[in-house]
Design a protein around this ligand. Sequence first.
Ligand SMILES: NC(=O)c1ccc[n+]([C@@H]2O[C@H](COP(=O)([O-])OP(=O)(O)OC[C@H]3O[C@@H](n4cnc5c(N)ncnc54)[C@H](O)[C@@H]3O)[C@@H](O)[C@H]2O)c1
Length: 256
Amino acid sequence: MDLGLKDKVAIVTGGSQGIGKGIIKVLKEENVNVINFDIKEPSYDVDYFKVDVSKKEQVIKGIDYVISKYGRIDILVNNAGIESYGAVHEVEEDEWDRIINVNVKGVFLMSKYTIPYMLKQGKGVIINIASVQSFAVQRRVAAYGTSKHAVLGLTRSIAVDYAPTIRCVAVCPGSIRTPLLEWAAEKEVGKDHVEDKIREWGEMHPMKRVGRPEEIGYLVAFLASDLASFINGECVTIDGGLRALIPLSSPKIETK
Ligand SMILES: NC(=O)c1ccc[n+]([C@@H]2O[C@H](COP(=O)([O-])OP(=O)(O)OC[C@H]3O[C@@H](n4cnc5c(N)ncnc54)[C@H](O)[C@@H]3O)[C@@H](O)[C@H]2O)c1
């Protein structure tokens, strides 16, 4: 596929594993210069700068590194995110702050310090990885669910404030096979039953499986390209049909 992204410069946050790694793989196939901002070192070949997206000084340092090395930022993918479980009465204040700081403030800080360069360039695209939990939530994800709803608000704010120079789009995945999903499965059913749990979650998606990180990567690459030049302020769901389904049983169709 040639999406016309050759030699563009992209920052992907949280790219050391999971969805971010899948996004980076696809962007590299499109010959994009990618820089991975993550707190964890990647175990594969990619330009890497250690950044905790919730820390202003680290974000500024990372962006300075990219500008001094590449001179521009064409694409920002805000993918870094963390999850935890708990209903409101169970979530400690520190835990609430931790989730909101990474999932929401991280998107704010990365965007805040990238946007001036995009404005100076006269063009840029910001893609935020939100979730199907930006629209509806599973039980006991008060902080995470709130953070993913907030990402849509931030996406729309950036989209309307900086158009037509900068486009901002959210991507809302269903369950995607990543270390985060495996962690969630293990937390629910224990180490020995992770595969069964992921299969069960997959069965809940009309496509009968969970997604793959590269499938998010293909969508992100398209949205970052000029082929998507009229898509702005929108959230694109990529969930194998999960949001289209009402989980109520139906009678069998009787055929004669
Ligand atoms: N996996 C899913 O089913 C799924 C579904 C919907 C949305 N998402 C979202 O996709 C994104 C990626 O999820 P994933 O499943 O690949 O997760 P993951 O935990 O497998 O990978 C996340 C990466 O982000 C990095 N990271 C965490 N905190 C960071 C910080 N403060 N600064 C910089 N990097 C940080 C981690 O080190 C890790 O490399 C998240 O925003 C998540 O909420 C995931």
